[in-house]
Design a protein around this ligand. Structure first.
Ligand code: NAP
Length: 308
């Protein structure tokens, strides 16, 4: 409910003095009148790729907490089945579809299974991917394989889900990476894939706007997940490496959590972001964009302030 009080100044014709008229206008917006942030996601249907671990798992759990029926498409089996059973015991849907997304038939199958079980798709979350380190020296075959792991299935899932998304006026959330903006070295396939994902987010947002389908991208930088843990474990001193990375993250000198990533994805998937499309949202504690001079330890920061 909005209470609008308008004051209008006027000069009285009779006395010539300045006066005020006061008008009251009460307007009620039915959809947004609740004080809590009801995301209006109850009973929507979402497909999440790579939902068994890490960021995908965070998104699956947050969607289910909002009343969404989720289909998790994942390569490894055990975690997906355990998740399905965990939620089934609570009377909630987290259908597991096993499949390797590098096989486009698996993408088609996942969409078919979703439609068979739930009859609709409101939300597609393209999340599965891996920084596989296919650099310039790896050769064209490795580069193409990296695109298969990180990019082609984003397109395939959107392609196979297209009719259902148009019918539901649904949305797509793509999970990208800071690498497309910053580069990293030694990972051409992954960087090209993530650049492609940003491009496709805008491209699909334009193509699907006439159908009321929104498309957005959530972009992590340093998020603590099993994948990240595995990468650091391969270093000579994983604890020191973690501390060094944390030092570089401006907001709080800590990794982003999977819940923080999921909160943004779920908000973008909800009708509460009904006029947001084609956007690339960095959930990274300022890692990608902040001026390093201002976010490094105080001696460097004070140099930066003096220099500018
Ligand atoms: P993660 O912990 O390894 O989880 C990824 C999940 O996706 C796993 O369950 C994995 O299944 C599944 N998956 C991967 N490739 C698949 C395939 N071809 N077919 C089916 N399932 C597949 O990774 P994460 O860190 O959460 O990353 C999720 C997304 O965020 C990725 O797109 C990644 O590029 C992006 N990202 C992450 C970070 C970060 O800091 N963590 C930073 C930038 C971008 P398995 O169990 O079989 O491996």
């Amino acid at each position: 409910m909005y209470l609008i009080v308008s004051y209008t100044s006027y000069v009285s014709k009779r006395s010539g003095s300045l006066g005020w008229s006061v008008g009251l206008c009460v307007s009620v917006d039915i959809k947004h009148q609740s004080s809590s942030m009801d995301l209006q996601l109850q009973d929507k249907v979402a497909v999440v790729t790579g939902g068994s671990k890490g960021i995908g798992l965070g998104i699956v759990r947050s969607l289910i907490a909002e009343g969404v029926k989720v289909v998790n498409v994942n390569r490894s089996d055990a975690e997906g089945r355990a998740l399905e059973a965990e939620y089934a015991a609570l009377g909630k849907d987290c259908l597991f579809v096993q499949g390797d997304l590098t096989d486009t038939d698996a993408c088609r199958y996942a969409v078919e299974q979703t439609l068979e079980r739930f009859g609709r798709i409101d939300i597609l979350v393209n999340n599965a991917g891996v920084n596989d380190g296919a650099g310039l020296d790896a050769g064209p075959a490795a580069f193409v394989a990296s695109l298969q792991k990180n990019l082609i299935h984003y397109y395939a899932m959107a392609h196979y889900a297209l009719d259902a998304l148009k019918q539901s006026k649904g949305c797509i959330i793509n999970i990208g990476s800071k690498v497309c903006e910053t580069g990293q070295g030694g990972t051409s396939g992954y960087a090209a894939s993530k650049g492609g994902i940003n491009g496709l987010t805008r491209e699909w947002a334009v193509e699907l706007a006439p159908y009321g389908v929104r498309v957005n991208c959530v972009l992590p930088a340093e998020t603590w997940t099993p994948l990240y843990e595995k990468c650091l474990a391969a270093m000579p001193d994983p604890v020191a490496a973690r501390t060094e990375i944390e030092r570089l993250i401006p907001l709080g000198q800590r990794f982003t959590t999977i819940e923080e990533l999921a909160d943004m994805a779920v908000f973008l998937a909800s009708p509460r972001s009904s006029h947001t499309t084609g956007q690339i949202m960095f959930v990274d504690g300022g890692y990608t964009h902040f001026d390093r001079k201002c976010t490094m330890p105080s001696d460097v920061a004070s140099f930066g302030a003096a220099a500018n």
